[in-house]
Ligand binder design. Sequence first.
Ligand SMILES: [Zn+2]
Length: 78
Amino acid sequence: MTEKEIDCEQALKQILEYVDHELEDGNQAAMEHHLHTCQSCFSRMEFERRLKDKVGALREEKVSSNVTNRIKGLLDSF
Ligand SMILES: [Zn+2]
């Protein structure tokens, strides 16, 4: 089994797809490998996953533009 090595730049590009489970198997494995070895990308992934959960929960309720703007601000400041 050959493991693809990816760096942080590649990992960050794929992080949203990873959180959405949209990566192909090979890329998925490479991401998991990277996340196991890289604390900063792992933290970023956790952040995106929590944000996704929050946004998903908000969508089920009535989304006020106020909250949406606050999430956008949060993303910009990260
Ligand atoms: Zn990394």
